[in-house]
Every structure is written in C-alpha cells, then in structure tokens.
Design a protein around this ligand. Sequence first.
Ligand code: AKG
Ligand code: FE2
Length: 329
Amino acid sequence: MGSSTQPKLPIIDLSLKSLNLNSSSWVTKCDEVRCALEEYGCFIALYDGVSRELRDATFLALQELFSLPAEVKAKNISDTPYNGYIGQLPMVPLYESLGIDDATTTEGTESFTKLMWPSGNQSFSESVVMFSKSVAELDQIVMKMVTASYGIEEPYETIRGSTTYLLKPTKYLRPQGNEKTLGVYPHTDKSFMTYLHQDEVNGLEIKTKGGEWIEVDYTPSSFVVMAGGAFMAWTNGRIEAPTHRVMMSGDKDRYVLGLFVSIKDHIIQVPQKLVDEDHPLQFHAFDHYKYMHFYHTDEGIKCKTAIVLHQTTKRYDNVTQALTRAARH
Ligand SMILES: O=C(O)CCC(=O)C(=O)O
Ligand SMILES: [Fe+2]
C-alpha cells in the first residue's frame, strides 16, 4: 500500500520527436513544465538527444577517469567552490566528484583532459563534449518552455549568451553494509539549472514542499531537470530550488553525470513580468559567480541553513541579503 501513496516526480516527454512548436500541445506542455517546476522544483524529462552509444561511451570514460590515482584527480582545482575535485571527505566517504568547466567547448574539455592524461585521451574529450552539448540542448528546450509559459522570453534572451556549462562526473561507492548510507548531504544547488543523468543505480531523493522524501527512479533515457538557487532568484521565488540528497544502498557503485548551468559576467535581474502585487520583488539583481562564492563563506553558510529550514518568507529576506551582498563584493 505504502508505495502507491508515495508522491512521485512528474515525468514529461521532451523527446525531440514529441515536440512541435506549432501545435497546440506545445503550449500545454510548456505549462506542464512550469507547473512541475513550481510544485517540485524538478521533474523527470524523457529525452532522446543523447544516443545509447554516446551515453555508454561517456559512462565508460567516467570509469576510466575515476580509476586515475587520487593525486592526479586532485589536480582538478577551481576558484568556484565545489567545482574542482572532491573526494575522501570523512563525513561522506562514498562520494567523489570532479568538475569540467566549459564542458560544451572543445577547449574546456581538452584542457581538463590534458590535466588528467598529459599524453592525451581523445575518446574521453570527444565523448564529454558531445554529451555536454546534447544535454545543453535539453537546457535550451526547457528554458524555451518555461520562459514561454511565463511570457519572459525576451529577458531570457539577454541571459542566454552568458550561459556556461560545468559537467560534474560523480561516483558513489556502494555502501559497506546493508544499511542505507548517506551519499551526499541534503542541499540545494546554487546553479541556474542542473541536469542529472545516472547509470542504472538509483539513490537520488528529493524533498517535497510537504517535507516528504521522494526516491527518484529514472530510466537510462531520462534526465532529472532541477532548479538551482540562481533560477529561484531569477523567477522571483516562483520556482524554488528543491532540497535533495543521495542515499546509497545495494551492491553497485553509482555513476552520475551532472550538467550545471551558470550565468557568467552578467547581472541577473528578475523580469518585470514576474513582479506584481501578488508577487512583490524578492531578489535584487546579482552576479551568479559572486553569489556562489558568497554562499560558501561563513556568513553565507548561515544563509544557506536559513534557506533550507525556514518555511516562511523570512527565508527570502536571508537569500535576498545573500544575493545583494554577493552582488556588491
Ligand atoms: O547524484 C545525484 O543524483 C545528485 C548529485 C547532486 O545533488 C549534486 O552534485 O549537486
Ligand atoms: Fe545537488
């Protein structure tokens, strides 16, 4: 009985063959995407833009990457918090990830590849760049749909050219015992949007507005589309970044490819259309990278707690402060 009453994330077919901009179902689907994001902060997208061969090649490349010695992986450093190599953290010993900046560009992936394999690894960079580009196309579809549903296509056009993509390959070791073990802490992403793709092992859990955890079960041809903090601010709080965590069980390691969207060198401003009497302005204009840095300062960490814990509009005061302050830095 239990499982039938458990809430489930909406599943929306965004496969290229199912989308037709000129049909009436397009408008309905745009609203469906917006409503799913407003309700859960995320949804599962069925997407056929990544072929089976590309998916297999990219996950194979990932296994090769994680089997490199720790000191090689540690060469992956970044100015932006959590965007470089993370591994062997005592509190989450199963977790390990790297960050490939500008993953949709050949320059970005090749500079990462050279760092990991000084003598080169062409198949790695080719798979990564192709995979990232294909998922970035999904991002463009999702953005087109949400902005069409709100009628804010124009303000998005000013942001679009400043989009950058970080690919974060992540590995979770299988737990030692039979107990469900924490893979990654409950958190909200600080991205604009996040796109998650996994091999066959589940583990992601999303917290609903009612405080229940949903175990996300998604197939190889689907992606979890999730709003980040920057998107929450841009939509004036109408779409919230959901709290999520990873719980590991079973006897297999888990591999995940996360594409994190950021907005670089551009001040993000809430579109006028999303501000009215019922929705007063909640967020000041901000710089996304400064916001990501601020969130990981001592002061920012306090705001982060506030954003997760409080269920009142006070939460927005804290975030607004964080964003305003971040913009001033
Ligand atoms: O592994 C997952 O499914 C989620 C990873 C995640 O939440 C993150 O990297 O921010
Ligand atoms: Fe996350």
